[in-house]
Design a protein around this ligand. Structure first.
Ligand code: AMP
Ligand code: MG
Length: 516
């Protein structure tokens, strides 16, 4: 077969590390290092995304060709480009962590203007004490969630393929001194760029303004060309644009109930994409204090309700990193922070009122907050509740609590819950009657923003359990359902149920560690 030739604007135009060795080290004066994938013993393609293949200009036959599978497994180099690992730093859990870099991600270069990156293909100069590998459970989670998010309309990196390596990887899943072998896997991620806030923070932390400027110029030229050539003004526009995109992304995460889990600045995309799927989770019962990440269980820095505030904090870190390019004009950072706040306020209100089928106005803010308070009163499934509102809106004004909403409760609702709920529903229902559209039209609009199918944590875990037992067909089956999250999909209702009791505290279903 003819494997298409790869290119790389990143390594062709930006300074790289001269040393070719995978030993962990501090890399200065360079934005990337050469990093050869380490071959694996017997790769199998478990799943792939046909839309991503299409975007890359790959046919189904090409993708499944053993020659291409070798590339996706790290057993053969992609033609045309030297594989590389990017050099970046980051703030982790609120503290500056210094150099991090792609410790287990290896860039293959671009096809059709999109970067391909193998996650789990072996060590790089940035692996520190890690092995550069990824386990099957985490790879399935990254593969499925990247695609699920895309089909929900949320900006995200994509996933082309999920490859089982045939090798085993040692992990201490709970960091409790019980390491065990797990099957290894590699996901090939795809995005226009994998640049993170941390790529900009690292050169600034080392006072390497020349390197920072090169990266800034590259970013403007290739990803934000409308801002013009490098200048104080252009970099200011860049910062504000990233702030706006990040604020929009946060509003979107909140609206679908996605909790990233590790919003460190090395996991924040300069393009405003969701990036680095680790111990993420989906809100089952609406609980603003919930985080899936056990590593963050005490501080809960990255809890559901705190994501918008963290997005802002992260933008401030990016702003500080860009200061040398802004001629140290702190007012420009302030301007970007204000743009973030304003965007989040508008976008948050827009997305939440759309979920309720009403036009944002002053009083809808109160309506939304009253709903948040009601949803937190007793464990109530966020996805089921909002989806069922689409049925309530077409009916008569609810005089009692509607039956279609009952499946949203995790335990029988109390009288008080039903009373508060009915009061809120009446207010909301009344408000929908002031809209310029017929109830059936409102219902359609609501169903187009309130997904029926999301990647519930326990659904991912069921697929993982089967795959670890040797049957990975569930990955593709679940992906098919998640490709149409807003459609009713008769016959697939079992993927739209609330978290079963067995999954309440099962590892992988409610609590995840960073060990992946
Ligand atoms: P994360 O929390 O997954 O965003 O990772 C934080 C840093 O640790 C990044 O620099 C990763 O590349 C690195 N890292 C995570 N897991 C591994 C691993 N198994 N081997 C090497 N580096 C890793
Ligand atoms: Mg990361």
């Amino acid at each position: 077969m003819n494997v298409p030739s790869f290119t790389s604007r990143f390594i062709e135009s930006l300074p790289g590390d001269q040393l070719v060795a995978n030993e962990p080290r501090q890399v200065r004066g360079a934005l990337w290092s050469k990093a050869m994938p380490t071959p694996v013993s017997s790769p199998t393609l478990l799943a792939h995304s046909r839309e991503v293949a299409e975007q890359l200009g790959l046919t189904e036959a090409q993708l499944k060709d053993p020659a291409f599978l070798s590339i996706l497994a790290g057993n053969a180099p992609a033609p045309g480009v030297t594989p590389f690992a990017a050099n970046y730093g980051g703030h982790q859990f609120g503290n500056w962590a210094g150099q991090l870099g792609d410790g287990r991600a290896i860039g293959l270069g671009e096809l059709n203007g999109l970067e391909l990156q193998l996650k789990g293909a072996g060590p790089t100069p940035y692996s520190r004490r890690g092995d550069g590998r990824a386990v099957l459970r985490s790879s399935i989670r990254e593969f499925l969630c990247s695609e699920a998010m895309h089909h929900l309309g949320v900006p995200t990196t994509r996933a082309l393929s999920l490859v089982l390596t045939g090798d085993r990887v040692m992990r201490d899943m709970f960091y409790d001194g019980h390491p065990a072998f797990e099957p290894g896997a590699i996901v090939c991620r795809v995005a226009p760029s994998f640049l993170r806030f941390g790529n900009f923070e690292l050169p600034t932390s080392r006072e390497d303004v020349a390197l920072l400027r090169q990266l800034g110029a590259f970013t403007l030229q290739h990803y934000f060309p409308t801002f013009g050539p490098p200048s104080k003004e252009a970099f200011s526009q860049l910062l504000t644009e990233v702030a706006v995109r990040t604020a929009r992304l946060m509003a979107h995460w909140q609206a679908v109930g996605f909790v990233h889990g590790v919003m460190n600045t090395d996991n924040m995309s300069i393009l405003g994409l969701t990036i680095d799927y680790g111990p993420y989770g989906w809100v089952d019962n609406f609980d603003p204090s919930w985080t899936p990440n056990t590593t963050d269980a005490e501080q809960r820095r990255y809890r559901y309700g705190n994501q918008p505030a963290i997005g802002l904090w992260n933008i401030e870190r990016l702003g500080i990193a860009l200061l040398p390019l802004l001629e140290d004009d702190e007012a420009l950072v302030e301007q970007a922070l204000l743009a973030y706040q304003k965007t989040f306020e508008l976008e948050g209100a827009r997305r939440y009122t759309a979920k309720l089928g009403v036009t944002p106005r002053d009083e809808t803010v109160e309506l939304t907050y009253a709903l948040f308070s009601f949803l937190s009163q007793q464990e109530t499934d966020m996805t089921i509740f909002f989806r069922a509102l689409g049925e309530v809106v077409t009916g008569a004004k609810p005089l009692a609590f509607p039956e279609v909403l009952l499946p949203a409760f995790y335990s029988p609702p109390t009288e008080a819950t039903l009373r508060t709920g009915t009061d809120w529903l009446q207010l909301w229902w009344q408000r929908t009657r002031e809209e310029d559209a017929a109830p059936s039209v409102i219902a359609q609009r609501m169903n187009a923003v309130n997904p029926k199918y999301v990647l519930r944590n326990y659904l991912a875990q069921e697929v993982i359990d089967s795959a670890q037992a040797g049957d990975a067909s569930g990955v593709t089956q679940l992906l098919e359902v998640l490709r149409h999250p807003f459609d009713e999909q008769p016959g697939q209702e079992r993927f739209a149920q609330k978290r079963p009791d067995w999954a309440r505290s099962k590892p992988g279903c409610s609590a995840l560690s960073c060990s992946s």
